[in-house]
Ligand binder design. Structure first.
Ligand code: MF3
Ligand code: CO
Length: 247
């Protein structure tokens, strides 16, 4: 069942989204060569608590940290630790924030220092693919239009679309109905005003295929080439959408 949020719920989700966005800014400020991913995690954790919110991911299905940090060939769900950021790293930061029982979910990918043009293009085009997908959103549009747009844009850029992980509804849980895949499906359900969904393309420079690390969280590309991930939580409106995890 896809929930329709009340005005009150939307107000709470806007706050969860705003704090999520501000946490991203705070982490980005400290993202430099030499800092460890655990230090970045702790900066996010503290900032979220200071803003009367909770980190949604901590303890989610046993996840052991407050945010996910996935570097280079890591696609998503990298666990922060002692690893230091290096020049040229492609760093995806994924943050979930809960305010009074309501969640927001958002991811950004950064290049630290210098990287080859094809890697810069990967990151830029993954971000563009998110906005391509979002452009399909309005009341009455098919949920599957989002994935079709992302997939065709990724194909044009010759990037691999990860299929095993998908976007999702967001509300009293980080993951709610519906699934929002980043590729074409036959799902004929339509979006309605008041739905809140997270759209989150994960695009790979090489193969779309992935595997899970021994830590049972970190997802990596099969060929070792880099991957990028961008995600916003958005509210569906009559004519379009409002990004809850932006400015
Ligand atoms: N942000 C992830 C998503 O978009 C969820 C991370 S769940 C965690 O679906 F357990 F890894 F934290
Ligand atoms: Co998500």
């Amino acid at each position: 069942m896809i929930s329709i949020k009340s005005d009150r719920e939307i107000e709470l989700m806007k706050i969860a989204g705003k704090v999520n966005y501000l946490t991203h800014l705070e982490v980005a400020k400290h993202l430099k060569v030499g800092i460890t991913t655990k230090e970045l995690n702790d900066i996010a954790h503290k900032f979220i608590l200071q803003n009367d919110c909770k980190p949604s991911f901590l303890g989610y299905e046993g996840y052991p940290a407050s945010i996910c940090i996935s570097i280079n060939d890591e696609v998503v769900h990298g666990i922060p630790g002692r690893r230091k950021i290096k020049n040229g790293d492609v760093v995806s930061i994924d943050i979930g924030v809960e305010y009074k029982g309501y969640h927001s979910d958002s991811a950004n990918t950064y290049i630290v220092g210098t990287a080859p043009k094809e890697v810069k293009d990967l990151v830029e085009n993954t971000k563009k693919s998110l906005y391509e997908g979002l452009s399909a959103i309005k009341s009455g549009a098919k949920i599957s239009d989002i994935g079709s747009k992302i997939e065709s844009f990724a194909n044009k850029c010759n990037l691999g679309v990860v299929r095993e992980l998908v976007g999702h509804g967001v509300g009293t849980s980080v993951h709610e109905d519906p699934d929002v895949p980043n590729y074409y499906t036959k799902d004929s359900r339509v979006l309605k005003e008041g739905m809140v969904i997270a759209v989150e393309p994960m695009l790979n420079l090489g193969t779309r295929h992935i595997y899970m690390e021994e830590d049972e969280w970190t997802i990596k590309t099969e060929d070792g080439l880099p991957s990028a991930h961008f995600e916003h939580t958005v509210l569906v409106t009559k004519d379009g959408y409002v990004i809850l995890t932006g400015e």
